[in-house]
Unconditional design. Structure first.
Length: 189
């Protein structure tokens, strides 16, 4: 959980660890107790019904991605707060993103050194990790830009000026267009 899923599915661990019990109740998993040292270890395994349900779920397209960020919610309400509080929120956002990059770099190093704990999943994990890395990089870049912008504001009620803000939007659109032109054309499956 800490190595992979918490990057893509940020939920309280208590909720995630409660899910296997619900799967057992629904007949999708079974539970056994195995001795491990002085305490028993609970082991869950998928049932035939669970395997069918998993295959059906995997066969359906996923929902649209969603961005969940308390920092961005605070940004949206920043006109009712102080510039100092907003800068603190943005700095924390950036620090967290840099922390993700550091964690991912350690995981990447394990893979590159042949020490990955799940070598049978390397093809799946690398595809996911590339997106997670790009996302963390984007968060750091955005937070650095946002901090620079907010530092120029006299307070959270006034900006540095509309022309500068429109130039930032234009640059974002131009960057997106340049990336689309640079991307190789791929056949859709």
């Amino acid at each position: 959980m800490r190595r992979n899923l918490h990057y893509l599915w940020p939920r309280a661990e208590s909720n995630i660890y409660a899910e296997p019990k619900r799967l057992v109740e629904g007949g999708f998993a079974e539970v056994r107790s195995r001795p491990q040292g002085k305490r028993p270890r609970t082991v869950y395994s998928i049932t035939r019904e669970g395997r069918k349900a998993l295959e059906q779920w995997l066969g359906k397209p996923g929902d649209s991605s969603r961005l969940e960020s308390e920092a961005l919610v605070k940004l949206m309400f920043a006109t009712d707060g102080s510039k100092r509080d907003l800068l603190t929120t943005l700095q924390r956002f950036r620090d967290d993103a840099e922390g993700k990059r550091t964690e991912l770099a350690v995981i990447f190093g394990e893979y590159l050194n042949g020490e990955d704990p799940f070598p049978e999943r390397v093809h799946i994990n690398v595809v996911a990790y590339r997106l997670l890395w790009a996302y963390a990089q984007t968060e750091v870049t955005w937070a650095s830009w946002a901090l620079d912008q907010v530092r120029r504001w006299p307070d959270t009620k006034k900006s540095a000026g509309r022309p500068e803000l429109m130039a930032a939007l234009r640059a974002a659109l131009d960057e997106g267009a340049n990336q689309r032109r640079a991307s190789p054309i791929q056949k859709r499956v």
